[in-house]
Design a protein around this ligand. Structure first.
Ligand code: XUL
Ligand code: CO
Length: 437
């Protein structure tokens, strides 16, 4: 029996419906701020978590059955995953998927054989894409699981491993182009280090940049016009990862002349691992014109690692959607880089998890719309900086002031008045009033 045979097509039934296999807030056709909800929220399925991850953790083996009726490690299994994945996306109305090369086929020892398998499976995937209209959001190469990448890929100390990584990137770009993918992504998996005692940080970063430049040149030579993404993450698996957060990644991209081709893919749980809120990293990316895409998940504040849970926190989704709307939307989409918790091992759990995530983002969008329409938060921020609208403040703002002039002005002030109250609590109360009033 096909894995999702008992799952009906998931439809919007509204908040009052008690049917767990229905959307309660995600109503794809509903118009929000002039666009359909489905246009604001291009959701994507992550191939690795959805069709691969089966609950193995550091202390125990799989709890979920992701064999999809075939023997794992075979091409029959790879094909069964494709069929299950497209069935799953169709039932949920998900229009995009994201993949790593080795999510699609079992990796062989010889890359020529792996690539042959990838050619075979990608023909099958392409046929399914044409049949269903489902598209590829982004592709990437897994440059972190195989032991050869113990010291990273672009950051490795081995030139042979570096070449192997280049070969994987080349093939993953070929696949992304074959699928008409919107973007090609680099998550810096193990691009980082454990100790300075054995590491030349500058050389490693230069080599990562060289790999990225070669990837851009190659993809552009194929006619690929999409974005490249960096997905920042501060640590795990490495102690120090080079793409620590949005600000660090942007600095890196500018330093090495990659900022015209790259944007950022911000993952909620990575931002929180960096000690930021999700919305902080979204703001930094957005205000620099580099908010490309989102890996939609959430961490657990009581656990210090990347738990990749399905997003449930409506406040965070609300602040996220405010940032996305302020940035003018995403060039990418919302990829559920998320997995069910280990004891939620049924296929129904998987479907309900996606419903939870999609409903959470729908609520976030609706709340963000309410906050924007209400206008009080925007008005408060504008007023907070009003002293820069006229007089000496305006001169500063226009870049027409000197330090000598400002010091002379300060001499006339005596003790300057305190800045106005930040009113954080008042604003939090306003948010609650808008959301629940
Ligand atoms: C790992 C992670 C990856 C990337 C793609 O933390 O987020 O799954 O999204 O390599
Ligand atoms: Co991710």
């Amino acid at each position: 029996m096909a894995a999702f045979e008992n799952i009906p097509a998931i439809r919007y039934e509204g908040a009052a419906s008690e049917n767990p296999l229905a959307f309660h807030f995600y109503d794809p056709e509903r118009i929000v701020l002039g666009r359909k909800m489905s246009e604001h929220l291009p959701f994507a399925m992550s191939w690795w978590h959805t069709l691969g991850a089966a609950g193995t953790d550091m202390f125990g083996r799989d709890t979920a059955d992701k064999s999809f009726g075939a023997e794992k490690g075979t091409m029959a299994h790879a094909r069964a995953k494709v069929d299950a994945g497209f069935d799953f996306m169709q039932k949920l109305g998900i229009r995009y998927f994201c993949f790593h090369d080795v999510d699609l086929v079992p990796e062989a020892d010889d890359i020529k054989e792996t690539n042959r398998r990838l050619d075979e499976i990608s023909d099958h995937i392409l046929a399914k894409m044409n049949e269903t209209g489902i598209k590829c959001l982004w592709g990437t190469a897994n440059l972190f699981s195989n032991p050869r990448y113990m010291n990273g890929a672009g950051s490795t100390n081995s030139a042979d491993v570096y070449c192997f990584a280049a070969a994987q990137v080349k093939k993953a770009i070929d696949l992304t182009v074959k699928f008409g993918g919107k973007a090609y992504l680099f998550w810096g998996g193990r691009e980082g280090y454990e100790t300075l005692l054995n590491t030349d940080v500058k050389f490693e970063q230069e080599n990562i940049a060289r790999l990225m430049h070669m990837a851009v040149d190659y993809a552009r030579s194929l006619g690929f016009t999409g974005d490249f993404f960096i997905e920042p993450k501060p640590k795990e698996p490495m102690k120090h990862q080079y793409d620590y957060d949005a600000a660090t990644a942007i600095g890196f991209l500018r330093e090495y002349g990659l900022d015209k081709d790259f944007k950022l893919n911000i993952e909620a749980n990575h931002a929180t691992l960096a000690g930021h809120t999700f919305e902080h990293d979204l703001r930094i990316a957005g205000m620099n014109g580099m908010l490309g895409s989102i890996d939609a998940n959430q961490g657990d504040p009581h656990l210090g690692w990347d738990t990749d849970e399905f997003p449930f926190d409506v406040y965070t989704a609300t602040y996220c959607m405010l940032e996305v709307l302020r940035a003018g939307g995403l060039t990418g989409g919302f990829n559920f880089d998320a997995k069910c918790r280990r004891p939620s091992y049924t296929m129904e759990d998987l479907v309900e998890s996606y419903i939870l995530g999609m409903d959470t983002y729908a609520l976030g969008l609706l709340n963000a719309e309410k906050i924007i329409k209400d206008g009080r938060l925007d008005a408060f921020v504008k007023e907070r900086y009003a002293s820069f609208e006229s007089g000496i403040g305006k001169k500063i703002r226009d870049g027409n002031s000197t330090l000598v002039e400002l010091a002379a002005y300060a001499d006339t002030l005596g003790a300057p008045a305190l800045p106005g109250s930040g009113k954080a609590e008042h604003l939090e109360a306003v948010v609650n009033q808008i959301l629940f009033g």
